[in-house]
Design a protein around this ligand. Structure first.
Ligand code: ZN
Length: 586
């Protein structure tokens, strides 16, 4: 079997965007929504459990078609963000489902409003739907009247969602000009990030300068989009829904108590010196007095090893197989069903993601594979997500997606399995040392960087409501990275625009702490795996198979982890500190 880079096939969703199948999906949803609307008079406190479950199944069947349509439009758009048909289809589907959602909204409103005794009676018999029902009721104090909820839904289509699509369209058409060996080349953002992680110090600086030159030009526009999105978030979640803080709205969605997130961020802040120590060590390794921010991801070895796609795919699949053949088989399904878009193309979304549509479908994975060790890691990461989704496939549509803080478990674990394999096979001590440096680079990127991102978001949300300008935000961002790096790095002025570049700040406010959560968790889990071997596997697979069928706190406490304790989070940092100690010893 050889693996080649290719675009993905979306046929398992729909044969084409002008296909009769897609059109009939619209009418199918329309029919199902009309039927669902008729159950409204039946919703009484004494509703029988048998009928209640039938109603939930109807809602699930209707949502299933919707999830497929949504996925189709999103994936089409991601594969070509400059395609007008894809963008229009996405807009059409967003509008269609905002309307459909409004017509079925009465069910969740009734459910949230139902008295506790009857809710308990129904939940007790609701099997896999239970946690979904329980989660919904958490939002009771933050739910508005049906009319208000409907206005919010419909206004979101042309409000926050439209602003995000606009930002995507604007930034994904950027090209960047960098002079490489005397020739000016026009490259994509993805290719720019290759230079940033490359061995050439001058190119690293040029790549960053060009990135921020282009983004800073549009900072007045993108910054304005950001201000509007933050005001929108505040207006909805704090003013109308009465969440105590902007971040509390995300925390409840994640079903993570506020104090857990605060503890995580405090512990992260305290541990910033670990990474500062690492950057000083890295400077020494590179023969520099002090690292520039440009050099953060510089490889310590000059040999930048390239992997062809077939080799990379083989290594990743092998490392999954070695952990557990069942896991390897699941990962292979993504390739076998052509659900992987691995090419680099102009207009294609940069970065990488895994899209788990619904339990009966193999997830779709997008990467921009360019042959570096990082790209192999990214492939392992995204396939890890896919494995997670497939392991949880026995759950309902409503309980199979894991909540955000657990969403990065299998992906990060997958990367670590790959790294172990690479280290075991690599004989060259320079390459091995480079890999270990990379591991701390990655830990930095996923833990400390994201934790400070979350702290910036917390501050930015507050500032925007106090009428901060785009430049004010840039100043605050600058202060944020100065605290993060201390005097371990020299930071050029243009890095104050970094927040303009980060898509999560726009599309999913406060998403980022989930990365730090996930990575620290996985560091602990991986250490348990090393210590216990086989005995560990069932506990780990159980976490993944739970999907989103329980609160994260419950899934983890069943695995012996207390997320309220600062010591647990500190344990993750201690593992990183150990890695840095090892590297310092040489
Ligand atoms: Zn991920």
């Amino acid at each position: 079997m050889t693996y080649q880079q290719s675009p993905w096939l979306l046929d398992d969703l729909f044969p084409g965007r002008a296909s009769p199948e897609l059109e009939s999906a619209f009418s199918d949803v329309e029919k199902k929504v009309s039927a669902f609307e008729k159950i409204r008079p039946e919703l009484k406190p004494d509703l029988g459990v048998g009928r209640f479950l039938e109603i939930l199944r109807e809602l699930e069947a209707l949502s299933r078609v919707g999830y497929r349509m949504y996925a189709y439009a999103n994936l089409l758009f991601a594969a070509d963000t400059q395609n007008q048909d894809a963008q229009t289809l996405l807009g059409r589907i967003q509008q269609f489902f905002a309307e459909a959602g409004n017509r079925t909204l009465f069910f969740s409103l009734w459910w949230k409003d139902l008295d506790q005794a009857n809710a308990d009676r129904l939940m007790k018999e609701s099997g896999d739907y239970r946690y979904y029902l329980e989660e919904m009721r958490h939002f009771k104090p933050h739910t508005l009247s049906e009319a208000e909820e409907k206005v919010i839904n419909i206004k979101n289509v042309t409000g926050a969602e439209a602003l995000n699509t606009l930002r995507d369209t604007l930034t994904n058409r950027y090209t960047f000009k960098v002079e490489v060996e005397g020739q000016v080349k026009e490259i994509t953002e993805g290719e720019l990030f290759v230079l940033v992680r490359g061995p050439n110090a001058e190119l690293r600086a040029k790549a960053y300068q060009e990135l921020y030159r282009v983004y800073a030009q549009d900072a007045p526009i993108i910054g304005q989009i950001y201000q509007s999105l933050l005001r929108d978030w505040h207006n909805e979640n704090v003013s109308l829904r009465k969440f105590s803080t902007p971040m509390a709205a995300r925390n409840l969605g994640n079903d993570i108590p506020d104090d857990v997130v605060n503890t995580l961020l405090e512990v992260a802040r305290k541990n910033a010196p670990i990474f500062q120590r690492f950057f000083r060590l890295k400077a020494k390794e590179l023969g520099m007095e002090r690292l520039r921010r440009y050099d953060l991801y510089a490889p310590v070895s000059q040999s930048s090893k390239q992997y062809d796609f077939n080799t990379a795919a083989g290594m990743v699949l092998e490392s999954f197989n070695a952990f557990d053949p069942q896991v390897g088989t699941l990962a292979r399904r993504v390739f076998d069903e052509a659900h992987l878009d691995s090419e680099v193309r102009k207009g294609k979304r940069s970065g990488a993601f895994c899209y788990g549509v619904e339990p009966t479908l193999t997830p779709w994975v997008l990467v921009n594979f360019q042959g570096r060790a990082d790209d192999v890691g990214t492939l392992a990461h995204e396939l890890g997500h896919a494995i997670h989704a497939m392991l949880a496939a026995q759950h309902s549509l409503f309980t199979f997606h894991s909540s955000l803080p657990l969403a990065e478990t299998a992906s990060t674990f997958g990367e670590m399995m790959l790294l172990d394999r690479l280290l075991a096979e690599e004989k060259d001590p320079a390459v091995r040392r480079d890999m270990l440096f990379r591991q701390v680079d990655d830990a930095y990127m996923v833990i400390m960087r994201q934790a400070f991102f979350a702290m910036f978001e917390r501050q930015a949300h507050e500032m925007v409501m106090k009428n901060a300008t785009v430049d004010d935000l840039a100043v605050a961002y600058r202060a944020n990275i100065e605290e993060q790096f201390g005097d371990s790095l020299e930071i050029a002025d243009e890095f104050k625009w970094e927040w303009v570049v980060i898509p999560h700040f726009y599309s999913t406010p406060f998403y980022v702490y989930a990365y730090a959560f996930g990575q620290l968790l996985v560091l602990s889990l991986y250490q348990q795996f090393k210590a216990e071997g086989e005995a560990f596997k069932p506990r780990y697979l159980k976490i993944l198979a739970a999907g989103g069928s329980e609160a994260p706190e419950k899934i983890l406490s069943d695995a012996g982890i207390d997320i309220h304790s600062a010591a647990f989070w500190q344990g993750g940092f201690d593992i990183v500190a150990n890695l840095v100690d090892q590297l310092e010893k040489g």
